[in-house]
Ligand binder design. Structure first.
Ligand code: FRU
Length: 330
């Protein structure tokens, strides 16, 4: 069964509800302090990092860890970061501006696959291009470092199948369309669903990986009174947003699964039984900076795709997970 065959039954009423997620893109605050220069020794080669956004909790951890790693190499590189507020055009502008400074290495966490042309431009200009978390099509980049989102999607599907005993309706709340993790998290999940013919999937709207948009989407969805048993959200922020909308509407408990595992708040929800599972989405920043430093020293990784491991977190493993990850975002 492919994804299309499962979307088929979405009615006109739902289409209206789905529109709730199509609001404007993310806010403009730079809570994570995404724009920074960690070192400024102009005789050293430049490693430039174009971050998709610095607003959401996962990226704030990502930014912090990346800067901390770069700070270890202040005698090897100058490190600069600029975030793009989830805006493709802004990211293109950021990379263009970086290119004027001729960085030796360009780290990019693309907003969407639409940044491909810009990535290729930098690669053609001789920059060593490392993609972090979100890949782009083609081969004109050097390394991808991040999670294996197909595998995560499949594991989320397997867990969903188990929690629903192979029967029910799942509402999938999607991340940014055209971002590779969104596609893979959706496709991996649908692949797993082939094992559970008794489960129907309602493919929800693009909620931009944002809590507020997912909350609004769920508020509208609940008004359609369409029965469902579970929510698969492409990240924890959206899982929490959906949970909050259901709680406010006194909706009976649904199975909820998210992805990221970087926030205390999510782990608390799992411990309380409000939310059923999440998957640790590995932070690719430090590894990306290490590869950049290796490159400056003449060493290149042998693999083009470097997939970092994930881990499922459930009520049974939440305490151990918290102990293993003492620096979860507040
Ligand atoms: C942050 C984020 C994470 C998610 C990742 C996917 O912008 O939305 O929550 O796991 O991007 O690229």
């Amino acid at each position: 069964m492919n994804m299309r065959s499962k979307i088929g039954f979405i009615g006109a009423g739902l289409a209206l509800a789905l529109a709730g997620c199509n609001g404007s893109s993310s806010g403009t605050a730079t809570a994570g302090g995404g724009n920074a220069t960690a070192a400024n020794n102009s005789s050293l080669p430049l490693v430039a990092f174009s971050q998709a956004n610095s607003q959401d909790p996962w990226r704030q951890v990502f930014d912090k860890d990346t800067k901390a790693e770069a700070a270890k190499y202040t005698s090897d590189m100058q490190f600069e970061e600029q975030e793009a507020e989830d805006d493709v055009n802004k990211q293109v502008g950021v990379i263009d501006t970086f290119m004027v400074k001729k960085p030796k290495v360009l780290l990019v966490s693309p907003v969407t696959e639409a940044v491909q042309t810009e990535v290729e431009k930098a690669h053609d200009a001789g920059e060593f291009v490392i993609l972090l978390d979100r890949s782009v099509p083609g081969t004109k980049w050097d390394v991808y470092v991040g999670g294996d989102n197909m595998a995560i999607g499949r594991q989320a599907g397997d867990q969903m199948g188990k929690l629903l005993n192979g029967k029910g309706t799942v509402l999938m709340i999607r991340g940014t369309a055209d971002a590779k993790p969104t596609k893979d998290r959706g496709n991996g999940f649908m692949e797993s669903m082939k094992k559970f013919p008794g489960i129907k999937v309602i493919v929800g709207d693009d909620c931009g990986y944002q809590r507020g948009k997912a909350q609004t989407f769920m508020e509208n969805f609940l008004q359609q009174k369409q029965p469902f048993d579970a929510v698969y959200a492409h990240n924890d922020e959206m899982a929490i947003g959906a949970y909050q909308a259901m709680k406010a509407a006194n909706t009976p408990k649904k199975v909820i699964i998210g992805i990221d595992g970087c926030q205390k708040e999510m782990i608390e929800h799992i411990k309380n039984g409000d939310i059923d599972a999440t998957f640790m989405y590995p932070d690719p920043g430090p590894k990306g900076v290490d590869i950049a430093d290796d490159f400056l020293k003449g060493k290149k990784p042998t693999d083009k795709n470097i997939f970092l491991p994930t881990e499922m977190v459930t009520k049974d493993t939440a305490d151990a997970y918290e102990k293993e990850h003492p620096n979860l975002a507040g």
